[in-house]
Design a protein around this ligand. Structure first.
Ligand code: NAD
Ligand code: 0WE
Length: 261
């Protein structure tokens, strides 16, 4: 059970108690890990501090990955508390809201494209570049979050799909590059979940209903299920796994035809 005892995890991407990063935090904590957190802006600070407290953590640091030097400054502060750590969770993404609706050709701007790729994919590289010297446990593990839109055409996901394709390739190249230091890098491709990032996305409810109706398991996934998969990937039990995209989606990605009733 406590297979993460003695391991330390840094978690980026909590915005609320519905965040996938929160499901991951609770699972890592339950498996015995010690946690540290970051928040994107002052608006989120108190909320993240409260959730950190629930996990027995008082390490809560600012980090906006779109601001030059922010990752470096955050890790500099973290090194005052932890000289090394074992687990790095990257659970963040952004594209301009207006580009996540409508026709990809018509809606995608150069700025939006660059922003989506910078925040959702490049930030993982920068984080790994800066954190690598501190990732020193027995089996260090880096985990990011992706979505099926990386590898399939889908309505409305648009530039985020292209950025997630970049993220998944980024995971493979980072796995290659960090392998010589025994650091594993993987991502979890989660099914749709009602988080803040899903709020205001048109037809999100219909997407949840579609997965419930058509996935092999006939249900949606929870942040707890994603969290438990992250705990496995972070554990010594996954020491042979790197560069992978693991689907936690009730099997939705394998279907070739929806059920006909
Ligand atoms: P969320 O809104 O709870 O989390 C998104 C996080 O990204 C927030 O904490 C936000 O502060 C952070 N973020 C955005 N821009 C940032 C920046 N510049 N610097 C630092 N942090 C920034 O939503 P979520 O659904 O938990 O999203 C987490 C990850 O899961 C994302 O990568 C998302 O693409 C992925 N994902 C979500 C779903 C879903 O349906 N919710 C499905 C598959 C994958
Ligand atoms: O990765 C995501 C969403 C990421 C996201 C969400 C927002 C909303 C607020 C990125 N940028 C923003 N920008 C904002 O201003 N998901 C996997 C959830 C999601 O988003 C969709 C989906 C699904 C699923 C958008 C369109 C279609 C499907």
């Amino acid at each position: 059970m406590k297979n993460l005892a003695g391991k330390k995890a840094l978690i980026l991407g909590i915005a609320s108690n519905r965040s996938i990063a929160w499901g991951i935090s609770e699972s890592l904590k339950n498996h015995g890990a010690e946690l540290a957190f970051t928040y994107q802006n002052e608006k989120l600070k108190e909320r993240v501090e409260k959730l950190a407290g629930e996990c027995g953590s008082d390490i809560v640091l600012p980090c906006d990955v779109s601001v030059d030097g922010s990752i470096n400054q955050m890790l500099e502060k973290l090194s005052g508390r932890w000289s090394e750590f074992d687990i790095l969770i990257h659970s963040l993404a952004f594209a301009p809201k207006e580009e996540l609706e409508g026709n990809y050709i018509e809606k995608t701007s150069k700025d939006g494209f660059i922003q989506a790729h910078s925040i959702s994919s490049y930030s993982l590289l920068e984080l790994c570049q800066e954190a690598q010297p501190m990732l020193k446990g027995t089996n260090p593990s880096v985990i990011s979050l992706s979505y099926l839109g990386a590898v399939r055409g889908m309505p409305n996901y648009n530039v985020m799909g292209v950025a997630k394709a970049s993220l998944e390739a980024n995971v493979r190249y980072l796995a290659y590059a960090m392998g010589e230091n025994n650091i594993r890098v993987n991502c979890i491709s989660a099914g749709p979940i009602k988080t803040l990032a899903a709020a205001g996305i048109s037809d999100f409810r219909k997407m949840l209903d579609h997965v419930e109706k058509n996935s092999p398991l006939k249900r949606n996934v929870t942040i707890q299920q994603v969290g438990d998969t992250a705990s496995f990937l972070a554990s010594d039990g996954a020491s042979g796994i790197t560069g992978q995209t693991i689907y936690v989606d009730s099997g939705f990605n394998i279907i070739g035809m929806p059920s006909i009733d």
